[in-house]
Design a protein. Structure first.
Length: 137
């Protein structure tokens, strides 16, 4: 939780608020099919906008934040280009709305989504490992 003290009182920003801002900013980028809830049991589920904190992990210090986003991309997009746009969008949104300095926005591409002839979405998954490291002050 971020806390700022001033002459009038304290301002506290909950980690979940930072997660929601990051999730919304990420899903608004063209080329992002959705957020991944993780690889529990080897299955990544695609989530809509109802739960914007899924697929988002934040570490918030007093003045800094580090963000990890687990995304599913649309088939055919340039993954590096879309990832860069996500990083810029998330960094700008969090810094503008909270005043926190964003030190990292890490993108973890968990799958690719494509539509078949019947317009049913199919998700191809790729497993990965994450490690916990404190990155903010």
């Amino acid at each position: 939780m971020s806390q700022t003290d001033n002459s009038v009182g304290a301002i506290r920003i909950a980690n979940e608020v930072v997660s929601i801002i990051a999730g919304l900013a990420a899903t608004e980028v063209e080329g992002v099919a959705g957020m991944s809830g993780g690889l529990a049991g080897g299955i990544a589920e695609m989530l809509g906008r109802k739960n914007l904190t899924k697929g988002v992990k934040v570490e918030v210090g007093e003045t800094e934040a580090a963000i990890d986003l687990y995304v599913i991309m649309n088939y055919g997009v340039s993954i590096p280009d879309v990832s860069w746009k996500i990083q810029e969008s998330v960094k700008n949104a969090i810094e503008n709305m909270t005043g926190l300095d964003v030190v990292e926005v890490n993108i973890h591409v968990q799958g690719v989504s494509f539509e078949d002839e019947d317009k049913d979405e199919v998700v191809v998954e790729e497993e990965g490992e994450t490690t916990e490291v404190h990155r903010v002050r």
